[in-house]
Design a protein around this ligand. Structure first.
Ligand SMILES: [Zn+2]
Ligand SMILES: [Zn+2]
Length: 226
């Protein structure tokens, strides 16, 4: 399967059907510099690079990798991409330690049969909302704990649309991985309030228009909420 353009300048470059069955959905943003949202489980790094090239971009321009949370299916490729391209890694402070110490339990790496190298996190976000600037484009990182303590959701307004990256907002919710249902519920209310037009999800693909995004989040709130 080939990489897919979702809206102009935003692409799906990896997922469980396209690259490796263990990969989350990985999104590429072309903002003059290249930004990756999540990095897959690790074994598919060469395929991700190949997909970036197939879209006509030079992977050397991969300035930034934003990690939505610390689970191996989302972070495994970040170590190698950082090493090859010098990309800076951005994630929430509350999930950063797990990666910096290469914790194979809390990242789920053991469970996937993967061994994780300690990953230095270049920028740690510790606010509710952090605005990042890429040329003219602003990207907003929202702290949306629940699935893990340092889970973030990311959104941007581009081409008249609000695009939301909401990875693993559906769970699973395992106490041993630091899940917290009341935090999650508050996080989902925050995401609903964004009224996003497009939801780029972590394992189930892309949802649009706005009504489908709302429906998706509300379905899980009905299932797990109070
Ligand atoms: Zn996860
Ligand atoms: Zn996941």
């Amino acid at each position: 399967m080939k990489p897919v353009e979702i809206v102009k300048d935003i692409y799906l470059v990896a997922d469980s059907g396209m690259t490796d069955s263990r990969d989350c959905s990985v999104y590429l943003l072309n903002l003059g510099e290249l930004v990756l949202i999540d990095a897959g489980a690790g074994s598919s790094v060469d395929m991700i690079i190949g997909n970036i090239q197939e879209l006509g971009f030079d992977p050397a321009g991969l300035s930034t990798i934003i990690l939505t949370h610390c689970h191996i299916d989302h972070v495994g490729g970040a170590y190698e991409l950082r090493k090859r391209f010098g990309s800076r890694i951005i994630m929430h402070d509350l999930d950063a330690d797990v990666l910096e110490r290469g914790d194979n339990i809390m990242t789920g790496a053991d469970w996937y049969g993967i061994s994780l190298s300690p990953l230095p996190i270049d920028v740690k976000i510790n606010s509710q909302e952090e605005r990042l600037q890429f040329g003219e484009q602003e990207i907003i990182c929202l702290h949306t704990p629940g699935h893990s303590p340092g889970s973030m959701s990311i959104y941007l307004d581009r081409g008249g649309k609000r695009i939301l990256f909401g990875q693993d907002i559906h769970g699973p919710f395992l106490a041993e991985f630091g899940a917290n249902m009341s935090h999650w519920q508050e996080s989902m209310e925050k995401l609903l309030a964004l009224e996003a037009d497009v939801l780029c999800e972590g394992h189930f693909g892309v949802y649009q228009p706005k009504e489908r995004v709302t429906e998706y989040i509300e379905r899980y709130l009905d299932e797990y909420g109070e």
